[in-house]
Ligand binder design. Structure first.
Ligand code: V47
Length: 392
């Protein structure tokens, strides 16, 4: 593994010299400010930003680029919320509304085992009528069939919903703690990063009114970390938010991670995942969504702003595999996994069957100049012989 000091001089020559103080801060490990983040967004010298982000990712992970063999499961698209950016939710009785039975989930688990998956990533809408027992049964059914599979499930938004429907008090910390503990007893392994959107009241009230606040999202992850669970954090960008609001969001995540690392918590944020807004047929669909260059820049800036989050993920489903390759060269070190089926967003002409074979993921990573490393959800290296696997 190289150090920042030894690799920094090998960056391409900087064209925008006003970036020099930011580069010095990065080398010295000084957290970047809101103003620094904004400067990284406006400079025309994008390649220096990307080169610096690449240097940071290399100092953390060498030449490794991570992927996993996973299966994403969306158990229901019925949702009590009506977020304007969302093209996934349906109301009960709408055409295309669904909720999977426990037998469906059992079949998903069988297919996950068959594909050698190490992870099932499970999220859904805030279903108004499914009882709490549905969620615990879902977890225990998977664990009974596939005890080795790590279940990463339920965004913070769903966790608060589950605390409400299981009558553990509306939004209180005790209710959240009790609901997560019970989910863990049934097999929950970690929390995904969804539902964070952009932590800003204005954006919240305009685009996802009714959803939990940024403070509540952070409460859920803090409690999960205290209970020993790792989690991820996302940012849904490129809709009605400003770049300053994005940077402020990243700084909030960084500060939460600082508090977490200084505490007794054994869990933490493992990865930050910038999610580009995909208009689909959402209420915000007149907006175009961010460009490829904006996506690349956002990944690089995330790497530079979030020095205390180990991994930056370029989620290939939303970024496309071709762009994810570029992102590996600009700060990202992870592209998520084989996925199989995904209902939340569909880029261009894709459908819900969105799968990459292991061969294709590894080829994409190698072609970008990196060594593919299969990881489990906790970023341990997977050793595999076909469907049989273990972690180092
Ligand atoms: O919570 C919804 C976002 C999230 C749209 O933790 C949209 O490893 C873009 O969180 N355009 C779900 N984004 C996905 C997610 C995720 C994905 C991959 C890995 C991990 C992880 C987490 O997708 C939602 C919401 O923030 N989303 N609609 C849209 N139109």
């Amino acid at each position: 593994m190289t150090t920042l000091e030894t690799t920094i001089p090998s960056c391409t020559p900087m064209k925008d010299e006003t970036l020099a103080p930011i580069f010095e801060k990065v080398v010295a490990g000084i957290p970047l400010s809101l103003e620094d983040g904004l400067q990284l967004y406006v400079t025309k010298d994008l390649w220096s930003v990307c080169a610096l982000a690449h240097t940071v990712r290399t100092s953390l992970h060498g030449n490794d680029a991570f992927f996993n063999i996973n299966r994403h499961v969306n158990y229901s698209n019925v949702c009590a919320l009506s977020c304007k950016f969302c093209d996934f939710y349906r109301k009960k009785g709408d055409e295309g509304a669904y909720e999977h039975s426990i037998e469906d989930i059992e079949n998903e688990a069988k297919m996950a085992i068959e594909s050698g998956a190490t992870e099932m990533h499970i999220v859904g809408g805030l279903h108004p009528w499914l009882p709490f027992e549905y969620y615990t049964k879902m977890l225990s059914t998977i664990k009974k069939l596939a005890p080795m599979i790590h279940i990463k499930a339920f965004t913070a938004v769903e966790v608060v919903h589950l605390a409400r429907i299981s009558k553990r008090g509306r939004d209180g910390i005790a209710g959240i703690s009790s609901v997560i503990s019970e989910l863990v007893e049934h097999g929950l392994g970690s929390l995904p990063g969804g539902g964070a959107e952009v932590f800003d009241e204005r954006v919240h009230d305009e685009a996802y009114k009714g959803k939990i606040s940024g403070e509540q999202w952070l409460d859920v992850h803090r409690v999960a970390h205290e209970l020993g669970l790792n989690s991820n954090a996302t940012m849904l960008y490129g809709h009605i938010e400003t770049r300053a609001e994005r940077i402020a969001h990243m700084i909030t995540i960084r500060e939460e991670q600082d508090k977490c690392l200084a505490s007794e918590s054994s869990g933490k944020f493992q990865a930050f995942i910038p999610l580009p807004f995909i208009p689909g047929v959402s209420e915000l669909s007149p907006l175009p969504g961010p460009s490829g260059i904006e996506n690349l820049r956002t990944i690089a800036i995330a790497r530079l702003m979030l020095h205390n989050i180990p991994h930056i993920k370029a989620f290939w489903i939303m970024q496309t595999l071709h762009m994810a390759q570029h992102m590996l060269q600009c700060g990202a070190d992870d592209i998520d996994g084989t996925v199989m089926w995904y209902d939340i967003t569909k880029v261009e002409s894709s459908t819900t069957t969105q799968e990459q074979s292991i061969t294709d993921l590894c080829r994409a990573i190698r072609d970008a100049g990196f060594t593919p490393v299969e990881r489990d959800t906790l970023y341990r290296t997977v050793e595999r012989d076909g469907k049989v696997w273990s972690v180092r």
